[in-house]
Design a protein around this ligand. Sequence first.
Ligand code: FMN
Length: 299
Amino acid sequence: MLALLSLGAVAENLTIAASRFGIGTKTVLLPDPTQPNLIMQIRLQAGQTEIDPLWRHIPLRHTNRRVHFRGPKMTDAERSQLDAAARTYSACQLVWLDEPNRRRQALRLMRQAETERFHNRILHEELFSAIRFDAGWRSACSEGLPPGALGVEPPLRAFFALLRHWPVMRLANLLGAHHMLGWRACDLPCRLAPHLGLLAVKNTDNQAVFDAGRAFQRLWLGVISQGRVFAAHAGLGLFALEGHKRRVFRQACSTNLAESWKASLDGAIPLMLFRIGRAQPLSIVAGRWEVGNYLGNNK
Ligand SMILES: Cc1cc2nc3c(=O)[nH]c(=O)nc-3n(C[C@H](O)[C@H](O)[C@H](O)COP(=O)(O)O)c2cc1C
């Protein structure tokens, strides 16, 4: 699900970037059933499109994982800009969780899901395998997540790095480390953020999740264009899994909570939680490949 969302974000970036040169795109997900490895096809059409002003913000788009995002809050016009970004794709729905009751309800669920990311071996592996501890805390790297971009407070860094080893994590969980980490990684920053929202889909077929990724990218770039910062919290996607898959994750299988939550969204399925506000940029951010690297790989 996360890979499809990310692929959608990539597709939208390419469409926006191509528009800068007046090039239109026609993107098809899984275009040929006889070639399952061909995941996406993009046809470029010269002179076919208007320039999308979001292109300027693509290189500036990063995740900001600082705990505290400040106000001021968005104006109605700014919020409408983001609503319009999400509406570009009809499969998805943008839900704001700024009203205290809704926020409390969302955070109850998120606490479960994010705690599970440190408690379940598969999710723990997925989370920590993306982090490039070999880069150290003070440098960026062109692939994967540099630890310096995580916003972990200096006194906690050595402990956090140790937790990448599953036996250590498991031992620490006996003392409740997963609860502490879930609270610190998601609950606290989301509580403090001026804006909290989620992207939901009507169903979880490939096309809907892919389109949600496209909308997610437009939304994120829209936030950057407003001079604000953005952080994603993907744990919510656990609740989008079907019952039998969700039961693999012990704590996240509180079906009642998840179902009542879906009911409050008129049956839509929440995929991604995000927070928005203002904050100093982090000095270390995830790097990008040089263009030459892609060309080199093609040879
Ligand atoms: C579908 C998707 C899910 C993501 N989920 C999370 C998440 O749960 N926690 C987090 O800290 N970052 C999350 N991110 C942010 C990525 O880690 C980040 O975009 C990537 O490492 C590149 O770094 P950058 O955003 O700073 O350029 C997510 C991004 C995408 C596209």
